[in-house]
Design a protein around this ligand. Structure first.
Ligand code: PEP
Length: 251
């Protein structure tokens, strides 16, 4: 999208220990060259790695992020992690509403919206995920599902600076399947239009990422679609070689 600098973001999910720090260092060291300085990078690591990830990538064009946060700032929530804690460990971003959180932890749109607000409160950018299931796609409900999810999970205070939206068809995540390119274009145009209804002209600057089986061999075609302002990459973000090959496709 004209005027929007792409964001190439990785989601490590529940993967990574100290053995993986070398991959992060390689991603940080190679990103500027790979992307031709034409994109920003981000890797969202497990909270246990965040502090070390942020240190390993300090001074590079690749930021560090968390994968979830609690909606509250602190308190009696055993095992949960607040946005302020992520920030304290060096995060600049946090994913909220990933479909695996929505499915595994029953997170509703309202919970996701509360988490996005908590992220902003702590000074983090919220990467808000939306996307239809296979059944919703097959029954022709994709665009209406996206409208409902945007209305429910993107707070009206969203700005181009504090929010990234990731369109991730649930059936494309980790499956090797992707929608047709016209289907991706239609979904992203619809998301932009719905964001405009919600936040007006500010929506013109919001990055809308595509996520779901983005790989080195399909990144070029996906990243050149109108209103696709980068990618959210799961499996192919774990190896520096693959992630940098995707960053290279931005050019
Ligand atoms: C994701 O986890 O957000 C994702 C898109 O995963 P994958 O790239 O492995 O499909």
């Amino acid at each position: 999208t004209p005027g929007i600098r792409p964001l190439i973001a990785g989601n490590w999910k529940m993967n990574g220990t100290s053995d993986s720090l070398g991959e992060l260092q390689a991603i940080a060291a190679g990103f500027a060259d790979a992307s031709g300085n034409e994109a920003d990078g981000l890797i969202c690591v497990p909270a246990t790695l965040l502090d070390r990830a942020a240190k390993a990538m300090a001074g590079s064009p690749v930021a560090s992020g968390g994968q979830d946060c609690h909606a509250k700032e602190s308190g009696a929530h055993t095992g949960d992690i607040s946005a302020a804690m992520l920030k304290d460990c060096g995060a600049s971003h946090v994913i909220v509403g990933h479909s695996e959180r929505r499915a595994d932890h029953g997170e509703s749109d309202a919970v996701v919206a509360a988490k996005a607000k908590a992220a902003w409160q702590a000074g983090l950018v919220a990467v808000i995920c939306i996307g239809e299931t296979r059944e919703e796609r097959v029954s022709g409900k994709t665009l209406s599902v996206l409208s409902t999810q945007i209305a429910g999970s993107v707070p009206a205070e969203a700005t181009a600076a504090n929010t990234v939206v990731a369109y991730e068809p649930v059936w494309a995540i980790g499956t090797g399947l992707i929608p047709t390119l016209p289907d991706v274009e239609e979904a992203h145009a619809h998301i932009r239009a719905e964001l405009k209804r919600l936040i007006g002209a500010e929506a013109d600057g919001v990055r809308i990422l595509y996520g779901g089986s983005m790989k080195p061999d399909n990144a070029g075609e996906l990243l050149s679609i109108n209103n696709v302002d980068g990618g959210l990459i799961g499996g192919a973000s774990l190896k520096a070689k693959d992630f940098l090959a995707i960053a290279n496709a931005v050019k």
